[in-house]
Design a protein around this ligand. Structure first.
Ligand SMILES: *Cc1c(COP(=O)(O)O)cnc(C)c1O
Length: 377
């Protein structure tokens, strides 16, 4: 067998995905697979079963894998789940919630977006009132970790209201699934969406949807597109035991299988969550020590990604700060909040508390705008 060494990453990705992956995940991609061979299809079937067991202990659930980035999986659900006369209510408090609304609008699905603003949790009273006064509403969608700000939305609380009102509940858990523990049945989620390159720590190329088997079966014939048809994709994978309808991202899938094995070896979602919490704690402590302020209140903050106010010093510029950090081996993320100047730092991926300690030191060292007079640097 030919072996070759994998080059070291020049920097650690502290972003919400794609993120830093282990060498062994990347190594898993170094062979080719035949998409109709049992060897490959068995990997797909294993992945589907593993995803279901990560999502819930309840029987009767199933998983579908879908080509593309995470948005493709969100679009697959929105365009495949609502019946012709269905109406979607979206709880939005950031760019990803807004994107769900845009997807529905493009597909000419009747939609109402309740936007609580980027810095606020969803308005649950307004949700209850709207569901009560608009009987046309059939489905409710929300983002779990709104990656725009790093806010963790209360999906279980929302789920209770949605289920009490008898609506179908769609949760975009893209940036939280695998890194924040929850059981989708406890949360009341009917359709749960995530992707390969977030907290499971795989490489980009596909997303996945977990749902009750009966719920997916009820979507037959509802798809508004060909390639993103959720039922058709599931039906082929199910009937032909791991077969994708169209070319599957074989290397990404194999790497994902390795990522799932590594999640299990780490101790599962609970243990990974603890690591992310610790990463986040060290980050925030170090940043506060250097004079930075978090955008969100602690109570709303996820351990996935953290937004910080940009320094107001006239000499500060994000590109320069970014490049100083990049040259020291860390890539951070620009802000996405509309009315405030922020930047973001991710806590997820193959990143350890030790890495975060090195990061906060590198940040303290990169604050060129703060260097006192007489310092020659
Ligand atoms: C990453 C992410 C997505 C999907 O983004 P892609 O760029 O399409 O992978 C969707 N929702 C949330 C909350 C995300 O964090």
């Amino acid at each position: 067998m030919m072996t070759s060494s994998i080059p070291e990453n020049p920097y650690l990705l502290l972003t919400p995905g794609p993120l830093s992956t282990t060498k062994t995940v990347k190594q898993a991609m170094l062979r080719d697979w035949c998409t109709w061979d049992d060897d490959y299809n068995m990997i797909v079937q294993d992945i589907r079963a593993q995803l279901v067991s990560l999502a819930t202990k309840t029987e009767g659930y199933t998983a579908v894998l879908m080509q593309g980035s995470g948005t493709f999986s969100v679009e697959s659900v929105i365009t495949s789940v609502l019946p012709d006369h269905g109406k979607l209510l979206v709880l939005a408090n950031g760019a990803y919630g807004q994107r769900i609304g845009k997807i529905a609008e493009k597909a000419k699905i009747s939609t109402i977006v309740l936007d609580s603003g980027e810095l606020n949790p969803p308005d649950l009273n307004l949700l209850t009132k709207t569901m009560a006064t608009d009987p046309q509403i059939t489905h409710v969608a929300v983002v779990h970790c709104e990656t725009t700000t790093g806010m963790l939305n209360p999906i279980a609380e929302i789920g209770r209201l949605v289920k009490d009102a008898g609506k179908t509940y769609i949760v975009d858990a893209m940036s939280s699934f695998g890194g924040v523990p929850f059981d989708m049945v406890d949360v009341g989620a009917d359709f749960l969406i995530s992707s390969a390159n977030k907290c499971i720590q795989g490489v980009p190329g596909f997303g996945f949807i977990i749902a009750g088997t009966a719920a997916i079966e009820s979507c037959a014939g509802r798809g508004r597109t060909l390639s993103l048809d959720l039922f058709d994709q599931w039906n082929t994978m199910e009937k032909q035991q791991g077969k994708w309808r169209f070319t599957s991202p074989t290397h990404t899938v194999r790497a994902f299988k390795q990522a799932l094995t590594e999640l299990e070896r780490e101790g599962g979602i609970e243990v990974r969550h603890q690591r992310y919490l610790e990463n986040h704690r060290i980050l925030v402590q170090g940043m506060k020590h250097s004079g930075f302020r978090c955008l969100l209140d602690d109570k709303d903050q996820s351990p996935i990604i953290t937004a910080f106010h940009s320094p107001t010093h006239p000499d500060y510029s994000f590109p320069r700060f970014y490049n100083e950090l990049k040259s020291k081996g860390f890539v951070i993320y620009p802000g996405k909040v509309t009315h405030q100047d922020t930047f973001r730092i991710g806590n997820i991926g193959d990143v350890t508390p030790l890495d975060m300690e090195r990061l906060v030191e590198a940040i303290a060292d990169s604050m060129y705008w703060d260097r006192g007079q007489g310092e020659s640097r």
